[in-house]
Design a protein around this ligand. Structure first.
Ligand code: PEP
Ligand code: MG
Length: 588
């Protein structure tokens, strides 16, 4: 028995037999060709590309309804096939180097790999895998072999284990045949992980070396809740996991069944529970988990997924789709928050000694007005199609927001003159994530329609802890009395000025903090969609008055340790603890 741990990519427990995906590489035959064969070789390459295009189009038309939304991924592959760096470059290499198509294609891919490998951002680096997938498809056609994921001969459902699964491979996966999957590559934000979550298939990714640690036909357990994989488990372990699987399934049935119920406490306090999202493909997960809108749509990913800046039209179409599909619920689109730890491929940022304190978010947008204009135009145009709210990140004080609003108003005039429809009364929100924004929240509240507290950054900036530096991560403390006071101060200032206040940092989606946030009087919590049902469940078991008494008590304590002890005790005493919260409390 071998127990391995990696990234929990999609929740659930699977127990079954391994289906090890053939990871053999298609061998690249390398041949020099004569000048008389150049045209023939170019034609062979073009025909292979066309044939891959046909296969991918067929795949789109055959997608089952629940994953139709993901056809965008396949469409992006179709575009990638004709990308200059792949298509034109291969043809140029066949001609200039007089080499066969496979070799030329391989060289083109290596050039792209070398170019991308210097990029620090993991999301962009993952796109190399997508290019690798497209290139392999062409190579398999040139070599006369077939696509690799073929589950047609399987009789009983399996756990697919592979070095990597491209999103297109994942789209071949059908729930009846695949119980779970495990890959060596990938992260929680990779498209494959997102797809696994929307298909409801348990998955663990980023498990280095797993393909050499198991064989097809062996028994495996995949725990997508904790990121654990057990190869050849003993009988006791299987029984333990069978029980865990049953508990989880009944828990899921209950939460999904109840996910549409309002998040209202026993004493009638109503809080809105919304989703954070990044990709258009996440819309079905957001809807399925009972989100009452999107409290934070991070727009950075649209800038990270291609190597050129998205056009206003591309942004507009993406925003419009989200807004239309979620109508009448609100969708809060945050303007670009790159810089710091988030990088975009085509925005040249000067190297900074302290990027987290540097030219990021709203500061960058005010500096790069062209970038900002395109984004605001796209957001405003999308506002004509549903309930859209605008959110500005990293605001530090009044003069900044006055400048932003001045620019916004000029962009509105521009659109009006051009005859574009948009909502002139669009709701304007400010992220409260810089300590001076907290301290001047009363002033800022007069300039905005709502606040959203970004605790990920607020904690980083107030405790002076770099959120991406492991060496100080143990000091990152949401329950620090200083942090609690700042949240309370923000809520009170907002309410005194008559505006609503939400929270969209990770803190909003952690069960232990829900009673505190209810007690502080927040109007809205926005979180990873998967956390919504359990949050609503906790809210429905809460009494807001009791929670506000808890908050008064906690605000009188002197250390994060004392606060945590009291909060955990309160939680244990009041709530019927389900599996996920138990897991959480064990960690606390
Ligand atoms: C935050 O800072 O809490 C937040 C929600 O924004 P991000 O994590 O995108 O910086
Ligand atoms: Mg932030």
């Amino acid at each position: 028995m071998d127990t391995l741990k990696a990234i929990a990519a999609s929740p659930g427990i699977a127990i079954g037999k391994v289906f090890l995906l053939d990871a053999k590489k298609i061998k690249t035959v390398k041949k020099k060709i004569g000048s008389e064969d150049v045209t023939k070789e170019v034609t062979r390459f073009k025909e292979a590309v066309r044939s891959v295009e046909d296969q991918l189009r067929k795949l789109i038309s055959e997608l089952p309804d629940e994953i139709k939304e993901h056809s965008n991924i396949i469409k992006s592959y179709i575009l990638m096939l004709r990308d200059k760096m792949v298509y034109d470059k291969t043809i140029e290499l066949i001609k200039s180097r007089r080499i066969n198509a496979e070799w030329a294609l391989e060289l083109a891919k290596e050039e792209i790999r070398a170019l991308f490998s210097t990029v620090a951002d993991s999301y962009i680096r993952e796109r190399i895998e997508d290019i690798g997938f497209v290139v392999n498809k062409i190579k398999s056609i040139l070599a006369g072999t077939e696509a690799r994921l073929d589950l047609s001969s399987i009789e009983e459902p399996v756990i697919v284990v592979a070095r990597s699964l491209s999103p297109a491979d994942t789209l071949h996966i059908r729930k009846e045949k695949v119980l779970g999957f495990v890959t060596e590559l990938g992260s929680r934000t990779s498209h494959t992980a997102i797809l696994a979550r929307s298909l409801g298939i348990p998955a663990v990714v980023g498990l280095e070396g797993v393909t050499s640690k198991c064989l097809s036909g062996e028994t495996m357990i995949v725990d997508g809740l904790k990121g654990i994989v057990v190869v050849e488990p003993d009988d006791d372990t299987i029984s333990t996991y069978r029980l865990r699987q049953e508990q989880y399934l009944s828990y899921r049935l209950e939460v999904i069944h109840n996910s549409r119920l309002p998040a209202e406490t026993v004493d009638g306090y109503r809080i809105k529970v919304m989703a954070n999202m990044e990709l258009v493909e996440e819309i079905p997960i957001v809807v399925q988990h009972g989100a009452e809108g999107v409290g934070l749509f991070r727009t950075e990913f649209l800038y990270m997924t291609s190597n050129s800046l998205p056009t206003e039209e591309q942004l507009f179409l993406a925003y419009k789709e989200v807004v239309e599909k979620l109508n009448p619920y609100p969708v809060t689109i945050r303007t670009l928050d790159i810089g710091g730890d988030k990088l975009a491929s085509d925005v040249c940022l000067e190297e900074e000694i302290n990027p987290a304190l540097g030219l990021r978010a709203i500061r960058l947008c005010l500096h790069e007005k062209g970038l900002f204009r395109a984004q605001l135009r796209a957001i405003l145009r999308a506002s004509a199609y549903g309930n859209l709210r605008l959110l500005f990140p990293m605001v530090s004080g009044k003069s900044e927001i006055i400048e932003v609003k001045g620019f916004l108003s000029s962009v509105m005039d521009e659109l009006e003159n051009e005859g574009h429809p948009f909502n002139r009364n669009i709701k304007i929100g400010l992220m409260i994530e810089v300590p001076t924004a907290v301290l001047t929240a009363d002033i800022l509240a007069r300039e905005a329609d709502f606040f959203s507290i970004g605790t990920n950054d607020l904690i980083q900036y107030s405790l002076a802890i770099d959120r991406v530096n492991d060496a100080v991560s143990h000091l990152y403390e949401p329950l620090h009395p200083g942090v609690l006071r700042m949240i309370k101060m923000t809520v009170d200032s907002a309410h005194r000025e008559g505006i609503e206040v939400g929270m969209c940092g990770e803190m909003a989606g952690e069960p232990l903090y829900v009673p505190l946030l209810l007690g502080m009087g927040l109007d809205e919590l926005s979180m990873n969609a998967l956390a919504i049902p359990k949050t609503k469940k906790i809210v429905r078991q809460s009494n807001q008055e009791e929670c506000s008494r808890l908050v008064s008590e906690l605000l009188g304590l002197e250390s994060a340790y004392q606060v945590k002890e009291k909060a955990v005790q309160f939680f244990k005493d009041r709530y019927a603890i389900d599996m996920e919260t138990t897991d959480f409390l064990e960690l606390a």
